[in-house]
Every structure is written in structure tokens, then in C-alpha cells.
Design a protein around this ligand. Sequence first.
Ligand code: ZN
Ligand code: ZN
Length: 364
Amino acid sequence: MTRAKTFETGAAGAARDAMLAVRVHAPGELRVDELPVPVPAPGEALLRVLAAGVCATDRKLLSRGAPGGAARVLGHEIVAEVVSAPPGGPEPGTRVAVAPNLGCGRCDACAEGATNLCPDYRAFGIHLDGGMAEYLLAPAQAVEQGHLLHVPDALPTLEAVALEPLACCVEGLEASGLRPGESVLVVGAGVMGRLHVSAARAMGAGTVIVSDLEEARLEHARELGADVTVRADEPLGEAVTAATAGRGADVVAITIGVASAAEAALASLARGGRLNIFAGFPPDSAPLRLDANDVHYRRLHVVGTSGATKPTLRRTLALLAARRVPLGGIISSIRALHEAELAFREAGDLDQARVVLAPKGEVR
Ligand SMILES: [Zn+2]
Ligand SMILES: [Zn+2]
């Protein structure tokens, strides 16, 4: 990574004409650039970024490059303060969380608010410049179609920044038909696995079981509300049977792309149980073996989810605002923009939870 020339900070809160931005320029090439602060056209909003999460998608974009090979400001998990917005948009000075996937607005998916599934979707931090910068421009479409979600005063920025990844977990648990009191098995206790625990607790799950190889991650999962944790090298079926009085797990979330782990979890499902393939699997991974008779006679459901719809993001924000979601320790590191390279390294460390970039390295 090369560092742009030293940047002078101006008066707090005042928009300046230059800013730092973290961009991927080519596969593996991350730079902190000095760019002009975007100037909003009519209908657009200018946001001052408060925090942006570093997630696996950002690390994938860094290793592969942005679509079309463009130099792109990364970051789609964004909380920002409104500097200026058109009439009818959010009030200047208020905080917003960004629903990152913009859809065409016309297709069936968009009609349901599932802009993440629109064939022509464009996302902040992927197709549009994202939140790893001091300022962010929101296109008119984002303002008009309600992608700038008001963050209530009582909700801290460091919890609001978990909105997008948390909403993906809520989406998965809803797609799995989770009902209050039902048991949930989360396979993998990476940050998305741990956020599944938070989401399951907030959504009224009964027994929550988590499996992972690393005791430190399992310990954090317990702090977030997991009732039972299982080392991945121990027999999963026995542990689930014991934790559910012989019934099996009503809902399983697969948060790591490992076929053998998913197969073991399938065998741990209760009759009528639902399994969500939440994680992407590596292209060279072994195919998932599914026993057709097991699915047939035990009435199992296998679903998949990727991302979150706008309605889910809104409901998840309401859950956060109600302070119902255990999130202690989910932000494990806060770095300034000029520390982006370090932040991306930390984000790749499985012992970390969420690493957040904040323009000045702190979040108030
Ligand atoms: Zn993400
Ligand atoms: Zn669409």
C-alpha cells in the first residue's frame, strides 16, 4: 500500500475539498488516496462517514479487484452523518445507516424490496464508491428509494455499523422460518456465526448451539448468548441431541463453506427442520451430499440466503434501536483510514470479530 501525502484535517464537521479514501486499484493493491470531496448534484446527498466495517466481501474485492477493474472506494457497511441532502431526504446533522444495494426499481425483486437480488443491482463499495473514505456521495436513487436509514439518537454508531451484516443473519433466520423458542444450531463462529447468535437471541430463539474449532471464538459466542458450544472436532450429533432433549435442531445456519460440516449439521436437524446455506462455498469445494430420503421422510427444508432485503434492514435497525441485540465485543478493532492495510490484515484474522475503519480512528 502506498500512502498519499500527509493530509491536514480542517475544522471539525466542515466539508473540505479533499479527503482520504481507501481504494482498491488492482487485485491485491490497496491504497489510501487523496481525492476531491464529492460535490453533490441536485437530488444527491453528501454524507460524512463515521464508521465503515471491513468484511469478507471487502477482502474478496481487494484480492480480485473491483468489477471492471476500476479504482474503487471500498466499504458497504456504513454509518454516516448527513452533510447535505435534497428536500425530502434525511436532515443534515442526523446519522444514517446505508442500505448498500441499489436496485433497478422496476423488476420483481425490487418490487419486494429485495434490491440485493435485482439482476441489475449496484452496491456501494463494489460498483459505486463506498464508505471507507471521509465523505460519501449518495446518488439520487439512494435518497429517493429510502437507502439512507435514520439511526435513532439512542443507538451508538458502533452498534449501528453492525446493521448490514446483522441484517444478513436476520434474513437467513427468517428464511429458515425461525419461531420463538425453536433451537438454532450455528455452524462456524466467525463474525457472521457470532452475529447469528446475536440475531437468534434477539429473535426469541430457544436453545442456541454453536460449533467451531476455536475455543476463543466459542467463548465469545457464549458471551453473546449461545447456550451450548461444541468443538468442531467433537461429535456434533451427540451434542445437539443432548442440548435439544433428543429432538435435533429446528434451524441450522451454515456460516462456513465446508461441505462436511454442512452434512454433519443436516444429520442434526429435527424433523421438519430447516437448514440455511448462509455461507458461500469455495468454487473447488466438494459437493454437498444430500440424502433424498432423509429430506423426504423427515420433511427437511434446505434454503439459501445471500445479503438482506431493504425491509429486513429496516426491521433489523428497529431491533438494534430497541437495544434487543447482544453485540458486546463484536467490534474488535477501530482503525483510521491511513491504517487501512493493517485493518484489512486484522479483518483476515479469524480471532478478530468486526474491524471498523473510522476516518480519524475513533468513533464517538
Ligand atoms: Zn459486508
Ligand atoms: Zn431490480
